[in-house]
Design a protein around this ligand. Structure first.
Ligand SMILES: Nc1ncnc2c1ncn2[C@@H]1O[C@H](COP(=O)(O)OP(=O)(O)OP(=O)(O)O)[C@@H](O)[C@H]1O
Length: 372
């Protein structure tokens, strides 16, 4: 069954990148932003992606999102409709560099508070190298997926990274008091097992959402590869935590020589295979990789819908242009079944011709968003 979905009805950008003040009113569940290269389409998607915890789809420094030659800082406001009610969500950066988040004008602590109202997922051309790139990119991708399973996952990953840096520094400095190292390793063990468990759980839930069989998109086989994840398959979390802590204590000399901690979920990887061809995704063609990534994104959206009871907002940057007309139509049909609102971009309005009457097609020109 298709889960209900919050829908963006209005977006206002103030001093956000190429926009001084732009307002965009939306009726439909499909939004296509069309315009020339550099017109400002991705800027709109980026402003929406910042409703999710983290640095958004460009992973930009927030100060760079403030309009150049502007007063400094920016504001983004969103009216979302859900269950006959409208909620206003706002985020921004003050000229002093302070981040602000508001729900119905009342300040909230972080973008994490938006999660009850809206989940945002995206697929962008920058993710094209995911299968060929470093494992760190795939872990980051997986960690975004894991937020759908456990909203605290991001915070734990950050704390684990800090604890690992702390241990590496203590090893490098050769501190005499071993209790500092013991404490750092205890923290790494407990956070590391929680992070590994969430990633494992996410991969298994994601796999359950992947539809195998006849489709124009090849299905992906996903698996998590990592030492701690492997231990978790054999023993309860508490036992794994103890084993991990002992392993850290026994590998101090090795890790001091390496300058980093070699055991732990910071070395795990997400393995993806092209199901029908039974081939590693990194060996697939560019087109096949894009289709696999699209399939994973659709599975992720279904997973978030199942976990939260609400279909997420999906941002697809320059995705439609990459598929031939048959695959593009199949994609539009798949998006229909997700139930959530989808924002897409493309330079050519013809890409979205078949959606006419069913989508809001907006023309983006520098600084302006207007209905086409
Ligand atoms: N902080 C900023 N202040 C003003 N303009 C900015 C800022 N950051 C980026 N821009 C401008 O925004 C434009 C890029 O917008 P965007 O990436 O959204 O384009 P696009 O329509 O997605 O293009 P493409 O089709 O090429 O991907 C560029 O012209 C860039 O100079």
């Amino acid at each position: 069954m298709t889960p209900p979905a919050p829908v963006v009805r209005r977006l206002i950008l103030s001093d956000y990148r190429s926009y001084t003040l732009a307002r965009c009113d939306i009726d439909a569940r499909r939004v296509a932003l069309v315009g020339e290269n550099g017109a400002g389409k991705t800027n709109v998607l980026e402003a929406l992606s910042l409703y999710s915890p983290g640095r958004g789809l460009r992973r930009a420094e927030l100060a760079d999102c403030a309009r150049r030659d502007g007063p400094g800082g920016f504001a983004v406001s969103l009216d979302i409709a859900f269950d006959d009610a409208t909620t206003q969500l706002g985020h921004g950066l003050t000229p002093e560099g302070d981040r602000q988040f508001r729900i119905d004008r009342a300040p909230v602590g972080s973008a994490r508070a938006f999660a009850d109202h809206l989940r945002v997922l995206w697929l962008t051309p920058a993710m094209d190298g995911l299968f060929n790139g470093a494992a760190g990119e795939r872990r980051r991708f997986l960690d975004r997926l894991a937020l759908g399973v456990d909203a605290d996952h991001g915070g734990r990953v950050n704390r684990l990274e800090r604890a690992l840096r702390n241990r590496n520094r203590l090893l490098e400095e050769g501190v005499a008091d071993r209790r500092w190292l013991d404490a750092a390793e205890q923290e790494i063990a407990s956070l590391g097992v929680a992070v590994a468990a969430a990633r494992r759980e996410t991969v298994s839930r994601l796999a359950a959402q992947i539809v195998t069989g006849e489709s124009v998109f090849p299905w992906a086989e996903v698996a998590i590869e990592g030492e701690i994840e492997g231990w978790l398959a054999e023993a309860p979390a508490l036992a794994v935590e103890e084993r991990f802590r002992e392993a850290l204590a026994q590998t101090r000399r090795r890790d001091a020589a390496a300058g980093r901690t070699l055991t732990g979920p910071q070395t795990s990887d997400l393995a993806v295979r092209h199901g029908p061809k039974n081939e590693a995704a990194r060996d697939c063609s560019t087109g096949e990789q894009k289709a696999l990534l699209m399939g994973l994104t659709l599975a992720h959206a279904r997973l978030v819908g199942e976990m939260t009871g609400k279909a997420p907002l999906l941002l697809l940057d320059e995705v439609a242009a990459h598929f031939d007309p048959i695959r593009r139509e199949a994609l539009f049909a798949e998006l229909e079944t997700l139930g959530g609102q989808v924002w897409m971009t493309g330079a050519d309005p013809l890409l979205f011709d078949s959606l006419r009457g069913r989508a809001d097609i907006m023309q983006v020109t520098p600084g302006r968003i207007a209905r086409l």
